[in-house]
Design a protein around this ligand. Sequence first.
Ligand code: HEM
Length: 416
Amino acid sequence: RRQIPAEKGLDHTLDLLSQGFHFIPNRRERFQSNIFQTRLMGKKAICLSGKEAARVFYDNRFFKRQGASPNRVKKTLFGQNGVQGMDGEDHKHRKRMFLSLMTPDRLQELQIITQRLWKQKAKEWENADHVVLLKEAEEIMCRAACEWAGVPLLEDEVKQHTTEFSRMIDAFGGTGSRYKKGKKARQHSEKWIQQVIKQVRSGERQPPPYTAAYIIAMHTERNGRKMDTATAAVELINVLRPIVAIGRFIMFGALALHEYPAVEETLRTTDNEKYTRMFVQELRRYYPFAPFIGAVVRKDFLWNEYRLKKGTLVIMDIYGTNHHPELWKEPEVFRPERFRDWEGHPFSFIPQGGGDHYTGHRCAGEWITIMLMKTSIEFLTGHMTYQVPAQDLCYDMARMPTLLNSGFIIENVKAR
Ligand code: HEM
């Protein structure tokens, strides 16, 4: 049996908050180990990194999610009683509800809605002095998500709801006002969406039966009953909020177009679906978004001769695995071409979790994310022109999630 390398000290939560995306990779390098032990939020935590670690982390026999996320994350990002914290058959049943929304037809419908919104917005931007792309992309995503999901969105509430979804996401690693804003945003959004659930259930509102609003409101649990209103609202928000999150990847996409002119040139001049896809994959690999994900050891077991004990908190490094030098050649170089002959692997490229979508916790919205990123990049490169004025394009790797200080400002927009 081997000893898990352990870092000394009573607690390292403050280091986590000050080192952000680098916290686990720094230590993995220092210990030269894909497993090490630290202390977070007053308790022992084991951190894992890399492909083989992801393989075991996504094995339901060894890990569960109940009790894995801290309350402060449930009060902001996730909500109470959502799919993220479920296990076993209950989880699979709930997960199928989400996955039933992801058919090719429905994805295409979302794509068409989103293309229409980009077109409208680009026309509006022609008359603006400048626009902050992150804000605008989030608004497009919020409008598209609600329309697609059958959720009514009043014109004079669009900006508020967009901001609220964005704040729930932003609160993840936040303390103080960022956390408070996220919590308030969730409370307010849940109230709104609970009303929608009630109206769908009473028949007062009748979204088509294939929409998320309908499917989630009418979904029956394994016990044959509908979810309580609060839980149904949490799950409908679990569809809307992460679509708004795609705005951050679009912002990073615009940054990459700006910083790598040769890549932009290829995207602008060739009508090449495959290259756009490679670009989107590299965006998801390279730029920081989800830092890590937690689970709890279900029962004592041995992994690579290391003993993991029941009840221990385990944290899987998402960002670090996507930048792992054992898995990626020159991981700190942005290079879409690395995905040209990439065969796909469920555990080495995990920007939205690893393993299987149906049996595990891997993101239900991965297809939507890739499609909407492609659609948006195609729009930015093929259907509009703009200039990028001098601005602060830095992003803070200690912040989780992070964003460009300027949000990416563009000007002189012309729709084509
Ligand atoms: C789960 C990332 C977009 C719905 C997850 C997880 C990550 C993630 C890291 C956790 C995986 C795990 O627990 O092991 C992202 C990122 C997105 C995105 C970075 C894009 C910005 C979406 C979209 C949807 C969605 C567009 C739905 C429309 C979900 C759901 C889960 C999930 C329902 C919970 C799955 C489960 O616990 O079984 N996502 N996601 N996500 N995501 Fe996404």
